[in-house]
Design a protein around this ligand. Structure first.
Ligand SMILES: [Ca+2]
Ligand SMILES: [Ca+2]
Ligand SMILES: [Ca+2]
Length: 438
């Protein structure tokens, strides 16, 4: 294995001697559940200090399919959903677990661990992990875990338990063989609904909500029928927002505790660490609550990368990056040639103009149809394979709140060549594989 030297984004600097001679890095992915990008990091001072000041913040981080298991399978594999086949939360048996980071890194000599959520509805021990403490039953208090094969009732707060077990697994790896690199995913259930805060944060002050143009959108006649017929109760979402933010306060403590442990073990320096969420969440934007939709509040996730000496500290990067990029980035950093071809790209070297996002219907919310979209910051083209063309959406770069779908009068009537080009790209990308993917 060889360590590559890479420098992210705006703050270009020369690689250090340490970087050039370093061993393959440990890899840590901290993955939250249903944490949207907008308005959630403000309660996470410690995480922003570690990852924002200590690493690079990607402002255009995307979940290519904004839903739990499809997105988590994309993180493990580096593939789009149309190539790993986990389209819904019940499709997890379809995952080929040898085409995952845990399998490929383990084969290359890494110790592998996972603490927290693996894949919903998965009730056996997670394959290709040496150590684990995974939710057998999710929840905030009184969750049930599978800790290295033993079922454990956890009456206390589960986010805290996840942090404690992450420290235990790290200590086990380091005491067994300090020279062996490890891969670990830490994935608390928070701030997924019901987002019950830890007792100490149950009445913590939350900054007051400020409406944005998308939450104030009253005219939705431009949008497809399934959107126009969906309504959320604003008062209910506002209370849920407060619970989510309070639940994130404990995640912030958990992140800090893991880095305290890494420092104590002397491992904080050569650890390539990511902080990300599996999907976004609407807080009343377009009068909607929840995820799974082709709009920015579903797609955008917090996205930070930290690797001292390799990744610029305190930098902000506007390139488009996504859940499918973790595996390719990790393989490059560890100097591993995987036995399969991921669809994503190395975040340190890629320069996309746009990305494919895709949603898949299922019986749980049958009113949400299949969709495919070309996404770039502000300009979005959405097609619904099962709906006629009247459902198509196009939002221009000038309409960053996605308030006025101009497909009918903007694209279709005025710029037919542009529409043909978008349609051709979307068709190509919807079945892309490996290097052919955007
Ligand atoms: Ca989720
Ligand atoms: Ca070590
Ligand atoms: Ca509108």
């Amino acid at each position: 294995m060889v360590a590559l030297v890479m420098v992210a984004g705006a703050n270009h600097h020369e690689p250090t001697a340490h970087a050039q001679s370093s061993r393959p890095p440990n890899v840590l992915i901290i993955l939250t559940d249903d944490q949207r990008a907008k308005g959630t990091m403000g309660v996470m001072d410690q995480t922003r200090s570690l990852f924002g000041e200590g690493g690079t913040k990607y402002r255009n981080g995307i979940a290519t399919t904004p839903r739990c298991c499809p997105s988590r399978a994309s993180i493990f594999t580096g593939k789009y959903v149309h190539n790993h086949d986990v389209r819904t939360n019940s499709d997890t048996p379809l995952l080929n677990t040898t085409e995952t980071m845990q399998y490929q890194l383990k084969q290359a000599g890494y110790a592998t661990g996972i603490v927290g959520k693996y894949l919903n509805a998965w009730r056996i021990s997670p394959p290709h992990f040496d150590q684990w403490a995974t939710y057998q039953r999710t929840g905030y208090y009184n969750a049930v875990f599978n800790y290295n094969g033993t079922i454990v009732d956890v009456p206390g707060y589960s986010t805290t338990y996840v942090g404690d077990k992450a420290a235990d697994v790290l200590n086990n790896f380091e005491s067994q063989d300090d020279g062996r690199p490890w891969f670990m995913q830490v994935s608390p259930f928070a701030p997924h609904g019901p987002a019950i805060p830890e007792d100490q944060y149950a009445s913590s002050l939350i900054s007051s909500w400020r409406d944005n143009p998308a939450t104030a959108e009253t005219n939705r006649r431009d949008k497809p029928d399934y959107i126009r017929s969906s309504y959320a109760r604003k008062s209910k979402i506002m209370l849920f927002r407060e619970r989510q933010l309070r639940a994130l306060m404990s995640v912030d403590d958990m992140v800090a505790s893991i880095f305290t442990e890494l420092e104590a073990l002397g491992e904080a320096g050569n650890t390539l660490a990511f902080f990300v969420s599996d999907n976004g969440f609407h807080w009343y934007e377009h009068r909607l609550a929840g995820k799974r939709l082709p709009y920015d509040d579903s797609l955008r996730v917090p996205f930070y990368v930290r690797w001292p000496g390799h990744v610029a500290a305190g930098a902000s990067d506007r390139r488009i990056v996504a859940n499918i990029d973790f595996a390719p980035t990790v393989y490059a950093a560890a100097g591993i040639n995987p036995t399969y071809r991921p669809d994503g790209k190395n975040v340190f070297t890629s320069h996309r103009r746009r990305i494919l996002t895709e949603g898949f219907s299922d019986s749980k919310k049958p009113h949400i149809p299949d969709w495919r979209s070309l996404w770039s910051p502000g300009a979005v083209y959405v097609r619904y394979p099962g709906l006629d063309a009247r459902g198509t959406e196009y939002y221009t770069a000038a309409d960053k709140w996605q308030l006025e779908n101009v497909y009918r009068d903007g694209i279709r009537n005025n710029t037919p060549s542009n529409e043909a080009k978008l349609e051709r790209l979307l068709n190509d990308y919807s079945s892309c594989r490996g290097a052919g993917c955007p």
